[in-house]
Design a binder for this molecule. Sequence first.
Ligand code: NAD
Length: 404
Amino acid sequence: MQNKIKQLTEQLNRYAHEYYTLDAPTVPDSEYDQLYRELERLEAEFPQFRLPESPTQRVGGAILSEFASVAHAVPMLSLNNAFSPQNANGVFDHAETLAFNERVCKDLGVSSTAYTIEPKFDGLAISLLYQNGVLVQAATRGDGAVGEDVTENVKTIRNIPLKLHGNRIPTMIEVRGEVLMLKADFIALNERQIAQQQKPFANPRNAAAGSLRQLNSKIAAERKLHFFGYGIARFDGIVAENRPKTHAEELLWLAELGFSLPQSQSCHELVPSHSGRGLGRGQNSEIPLPSPLPKGEGADCRQPENVCSTKKPIPSPACGGGLGWGQYDWKVCANIAEVLQFYEQMSTKRPHLPYEIDGMVIKVNDLAQQEKLGFVSRAPRWAIAHKFPAEEALTVVEGIDVQV
Ligand code: NAD
């Protein structure tokens, strides 16, 4: 068994190096996930054989020496996973996510708790540091403790504000989120690559990671990248009554500051906020529209009332029968049953989204509860990545050598 654990550790570390450091995976994510789970299971059974360099004990990969390194003031962690296999009739088995909820409720001493559920974007994690409202540094996750300084490349991403908006600009804020390439931009990039007799990319995640880690920021600027914020690591200079108390309030604050969010299921369902400006009802018109509308998504259905108002969203056939930008992709749920319902809806919607996701992230909504739950070595105990069944094996473009 010791040998098996050693062999799996070496194999997974090789795959992680190819994936995180070289942006060139050689196996599909589903294969990596399966081997990872096997290693986790064996390590739990035989903890005496677990190696210190095991991928279960660390985050991400090594950083490239070409970039200046940035030490993260707040570590950039990973997420624990839950899978929901589907039977032949398409019925999901949510046992792992229900077990997560039970653990959370037991540790909090409650019978039920509220969660947010958001897309798990298939891109790469970025940390953005703003001082007095101005973007001063952008860093990749790296190994979680130290990342790469990609500030110049990040400044070319058009939906990242170089200067924050709104009335609640902190003296310092570190925003966390995902850089990705929209599906339509990925297709256009590969068409250009082929026309210029260059290798196309295997998938949008690789294209995004390869573009962001270009030493020449002109190349990064030519590749259209997109950013979605999903969290706040730290901030300063905001009076107590204006601070977010829930994760949903954090997301809405990000929107107020000028970041794009995947549109919410229905903002009138959001937990009404404290008296803080811009977080509750009536402030929703400040939420910016997502940009840009991907090609081929039909007419622009991004009317403000569809974005975040107290009105019900108006699904429009012009937006793919309500499956395009005009619908909402994250939600505050009163309990785990609502979470699972939304997960299933998003699993149907997944192929129609303008960006790639490999699951949904479920987070305890109340920040005080998050703090109580804390962290294990490489992931928070208040969140889980609820993965979707593998959609694709490693992309093979027939007859064409792809850049993986
Ligand atoms: P992860 O991708 O499973 O989860 C953590 C990451 O999720 C965060 O760093 C963040 O970037 C991202 N994320 C996206 N949306 C988010 C949201 N709404 N809220 C919070 N975080 C969000 O963890 P990981 O450690 O980065 O990667 C592990 C995964 O990477 C594996 O499950 C596997 O699928 C893939 N991988 C593949 C290979 C391969 O060779 N194919 C190798 C290594 C890893």
